[in-house]
Design a binder for this molecule. Structure first.
Ligand code: LLP
Length: 452
């Protein structure tokens, strides 16, 4: 298959060209006959089998990114373990690929814990994070004897102690602190400022840690931070947070309290458009520089960095509609599928799949879904060719916080999910059908009887 050169020039908007978007993503290529290809599988073939909208994940990309992250940590001389944040993409096939790479998991719900276990991630590699673990979830974590529970409040520590003692278990607990650092990311996904709900104030941490050491059923194992997600502003916020964490560890040690490891959280950003996103080597260097002297193993909880670039959302054009002021490209995917643009004003690359469309003249279009909200807009004034009904487009970097944030709003069933692995592909989650949306609903008897 010969490569075709798509329109190379940058659009007037300053957006990267199709060619630039493809070149920056090693698993994507454009072929003269097959159009846009993921690994070795044309997206058009996947659409023919799985229909649209469909999420398509590249197993090779997941593996490559898992390996390069671990290599960066090892290269900095760190003893580190990676616990993939399963909330970013909980598809069992995705988890299985990452389990095969030896990654552990960071979970925040019973569902996440069960999914990680079902995919073959051992309990001994699972961390349970989250600001509101229910009693049922804490019991499950204790029964499974997972590696670590990250506690976020005095209340949670007391509850965990009572439950663990009652079950005859010991909870290995890390204390999540809120370092009061601004990660410089979108307000909805910044987590490390004192006004946010997450973690305990660093000033309260020594007292709480000592309390953990004194309580039955609790073994304090370390400290944790997570300052936010899609961090692209360089290493300064990480360094600030980790420096405070290192000071805390020294204070705990000085007080004779045991600290076995440090959980550095997730948050590493990816270039959706052409942001200068930091590389894992930079993060590894920041960890080494700030926490390296402690001589402790570190943990990382990346979600987006691993899974984001590995996925696309494949959609079909329903129609091209000429509005009074602009051209609308109406797709069969909507905000209920990919909510990131509506929720965070996120920019996702949008590529036509057909080899002809990829090199055709472009003009501005608003890319929208069929949902009855103006917020159901994926992009405004995006440079795209004319596209006929039934033609395919791919949203890039939709592997993290894509399918997992879908809803069935507008009675739209959840889309199918597909895993590509070299020249093979498989539907790894069936498209939901409308019957499934209606199943489980029932009328109360007083409405069911007789005519409406
Ligand atoms: N650890 C904890 C405690 C977290 O809360 C998160 C993400 C992670 C790790 C993984 O962060 P990552 O490496 O993926 O940045 N829905 C948003 C992102 C929400 C992130 C929530 N917490 C989005 O689509 O941008």
């Amino acid at each position: 298959m010969a490569n075709t050169a798509p329109a190379a020039s940058r659009a007037e908007s300053g957006d990267p060209s199709f060619a630039e978007l493809i070149a920056a993503r090693p698993h994507l290529s454009l072929h003269a006959l097959d159009g846009l290809v993921v690994e070795e599988v044309p997206l058009a073939r996947i659409a023919a089998v799985a229909g649209t909208p469909a999420w398509v994940y590249s197993a090779g990309t997941l593996r490559r990114r898992a390996r390069s992250l671990r290599a960066a940590l090892a290269g900095a001389g760190l003893s580190a373990s990676v616990h993939y944040a399963v909330k970013a993409n909980t598809n069992l096939a995705v988890l299985r690929v990452l389990a095969g790479e030896g990654l552990g998991a960071d979970v925040v719900s019973e569902g996440g814990l069960r999914a990680a276990r079902a995919a073959g991630i051992p309990a001994s590699a699972i961390v349970f994070s989250g600001v509101g673990k229910t009693e049922r979830e804490m019991r499950l974590a204790l029964a499974e004897d997972i590696l670590q529970i990250n506690a976020e409040s005095a209340e949670e520590i007391e509850a965990l102690s009572a439950l663990a003692a009652g079950m005859g278990r010991v909870a290995r607990v890390a204390l999540r602190v809120n370092p009061d650092v601004d990660a410089g990311t979108h307000a909805k996904i910044t987590t490390g400022r004192s006004e946010n709900k997450f973690g305990v104030a660093i000033a309260d941490a020594p007292g709480l840690y000592a309390r953990m050491a004194a309580l039955p059923g609790i073994e304090p194992v370390g400290v944790a931070v997570h300052i936010g997600s899609q961090i692209t502003s360089g290493m300064a916020p990480y360094r600030a947070a980790y420096t405070r964490l290192a000071e805390l560890v020294r204070a705990l040690r000085a007080a004779g309290l045991p600290v076995l490891r440090v959980d550095c959280g997730g948050g590493l950003g990816i270039p959706y458009r052409d942001e200068p996103a930091p590389l894992p080597e930079a993060l590894a260097g920041a960890i080494k520089a700030t926490l390296g002297d402690l001589g402790l193993p570190v943990m990382l909880e990346p979600g987006r960095w691993i899974a984001g670039p590995a996925g696309v959302l494949l959609a079909s054009v329903v129609m091209q509609k000429q509005g009074a002021e602009r051209r609308f490209l109406v797709l069969d995917a909507a905000m209920n599928d990919l909510i990131r643009p509506a929720m965070y004003e996120a920019w996702h690359g949008i590529l036509p799949v057909s080899p002809v469309a990829a090199v055709a003249p472009q003009g501005p279009a608003d890319v929208v879904g069929p949902v009855c909200e103006t917020g159901d807009t994926f992009a405004r004034g995006r440079a795209l060719p004319m596209l006929q009904p039934g033609e395919l487009v791919a949203f890039l970097d939709a592997g993290a916080y894509g399918a997992v944030m879908s809803s069935t709003y507008n009675m739209r069933p959840l889309a199918a999910e597909v895993l590509v692995d070299g020249a093979r592909f498989a539907v790894v989650r069936d498209r939901q059908d409308v019957a499934a949306l209606l199943a489980g609903q029932r009328l109360p008897h007083w409405l069911a009887e007789g005519a409406p």
